[in-house]
Design a protein around this ligand. Structure first.
Ligand SMILES: Nc1nc2c(ncn2[C@@H]2O[C@H](COP(=O)(O)OP(=O)(O)OP(=O)(O)O)[C@@H](O)[C@H]2O)c(=O)[nH]1
Ligand SMILES: [Mg+2]
Length: 448
């Protein structure tokens, strides 16, 4: 039997124990599983309370069951759902009873969604949105993922693809009917107009993206500086808990410590690093090496200093005088321990007391602003993955080339249009995507 024709099952809710748990079954045997465990088939799409049994004298749990006959189900196949009490023993008894039925198989990660995709219930951009929705940690990530799941990019790509196919049909009709080789102007003019409009729309979407794809991973902010300036204290203050060891010893932090923050819906990873100094201690040297590496890759470095503003900070490894970092990221100078006197930060600096909390709200506000600018107009972001961006860029390049080639020969222009339609087909998962499907669905949760 082809794996696609097998009936699959999985625990779709979180890790037990939990108050309730949901086990899903999808495939041709779903009704058989339901009747074997719960008696006669319940009415479609209606919750029914049943005693589940593995055999006449082996009750499993008092449960709610649901029956979704295909094709009007989430996967497009027959689907059964068991809502049981979320105890480990309940679940192992239920899963064992299901797998005892011949030809049943535990689902692979993302296999329910993959079946939904293969049955045309959602396109690939929508499946990607679904995956992002499940992994969303912050409110902005959630909203972006939900828009993608609802077809924000998919709908536009479908529309573009149809219009490209129409334009190429005009050109190809012209090629077929012209004996002299020249496609009549009444066919070419509307085709060229349509291609120009399409090229404009796709380029505009690509240009208006900011770093929207990065909203999935988050912004990386490194806290760096000399030993003992209060980097770990600042991290604890931002995280509002004790994640890093703080001590009056210079050289306390060795490992790179990461904290995930939700700043006004923006996901931000803040990194605490070892104080940067020359040292003979090999362990501390390694810490300093890692600190430099992480700070160089960061989107923003908070270069922490202490002492009065007269202290020169131009010697920091990342400030290049104009506030930009070496690796293209930004650097902010943050003057700590202002509680010890010496005034606040100088112009262009932040003045804080990491231990008392002075200046922290201002610093956090500035980080939120930075994140908002960095991610751009995430409300309007249409492209949420590098895969999507690459394919859109390919489509846009092909459209541009087809405009350039129209003069030289309609066949060449038509060829480029086919390439553009192909790129959008791949974006939607409609053509030639076997190679990417595995990579996309493997990252899904089991049971989704
Ligand atoms: N007075 C005062 N002391 C502070 C402040 N922030 C941190 N400290 C103290 O400074 C010392 C060093 O703080 P840490 O947070 O461990 O400094 P660090 O930069 O992480 O040091 P290393 O990990 O060794 O590089 C500790 O004794 C803290 O209590 C502050 O705002 N005011
Ligand atoms: Mg530290």
């Amino acid at each position: 039997m082809h794996p696609r024709d097998q009936t699959i099952f999985a625990l779709s809710s979180g890790r037990p124990p939990s108050a309730l748990a949901v086990v899903r079954v999808s495939g041709p045997q779903a009704s058989l599983v339901l009747t074997a465990l719960a008696g006669k088939l319940p009415a479609p799409r209606q919750a029914s309370r049943r005693l589940l049994r593995a055999g006449a004298d082996q009750p499993i749990d008092d449960a709610v069951v649901l029956w979704f006959p295909g094709p009007g189900s989430a996967t497009g196949e027959d689907v059964a759902e068991f809502h049981v009490h979320g105890g480990r023993a309940v679940l192992s008894a239920l899963l064992a009873a299901i797998s005892d039925i011949p030809n049943m198989r535990a689902a692979e990660p993302g296999e329910f969604t993959r079946r939904a995709f293969e049955n045309g219930k959602l396109d690939l951009t929508e499946a990607e949105g679904l995956d992002d929705l499940i992994h969303a940690d912050t409110d902005r990530q959630r909203r972006q993922a939900l828009r993608q799941l609802q077809g924000l990019l998919g709908d536009r790509a479908r529309d573009w693809r149809e219009r490209i196919i129409e334009a190429s049909a005009l050109i190809e009709a012209g090629i077929d009917f012209s004996d002299e080789g020249d496609v009549p102007a009444e066919l070419m003019a509307p085709a060229v107009k349509a291609i120009r409009a399409l090229h404009g729309e796709i380029t505009e979407v690509l240009a208006a993206q900011g770093h929207a794809e990065r909203l999935r991973d988050g912004l990386v902010v490194a806290v760096a500086g000399e030993p003992n300036v209060g980097k770990s204290t600042l991290i604890n203050q931002l995280a509002r808990r004790d994640v890093a060891i703080v001590s009056p010893h210079a050289g306390t932090t060795r490992d790179v410590i990461e904290v995930q923050l939700d700043l006004d819906g923006y996901p931000v990873t803040v990194i605490d690093t070892a104080g940067i100094r020359e040292t003979d201690d090999p362990v501390e040297q390694e810490g300093v090496r890692r600190a430099r590496a992480r700070a160089e890759d960061a989107d923003l470095v908070l270069w922490l200093v202490e002492g009065s503003p007269a202290v020169d900070v131009t010697g920091s490894p990342w400030t290049s005088g104009d506030g930009s970092g070496r690796a293209g990221g930004s650097v902010w100078v943050v003057r700590n321990k202002i509680d010890l006197g010496g005034g606040g930060g100088a112009r262009g600096e932040f003045g804080i007391s990491a231990s008392r909390g002075d200046g922290i709200p201002e610093l956090v506000d500035a980080l939120v602003k930075f994140a908002a600018e960095y991610f751009g107009t995430s409300e309007g972001a249409v492209v949420t993955r590098a895969r999507q961006r690459d394919l859109l860029r390919r489509a846009s390049d092909s459209l541009r080339r087809s405009l350039e080639l129209v003069e030289e020969g309609e066949e060449l222009a038509a060829e480029e249009l086919r390439a553009a339609a192909y790129a959008l087909g791949r974006l939607l998962g409609r053509v030639d995507v076997e190679d990417v499907l595995g990579a996309i669905f493997q990252k899904f949760c089991i049971g989704k």
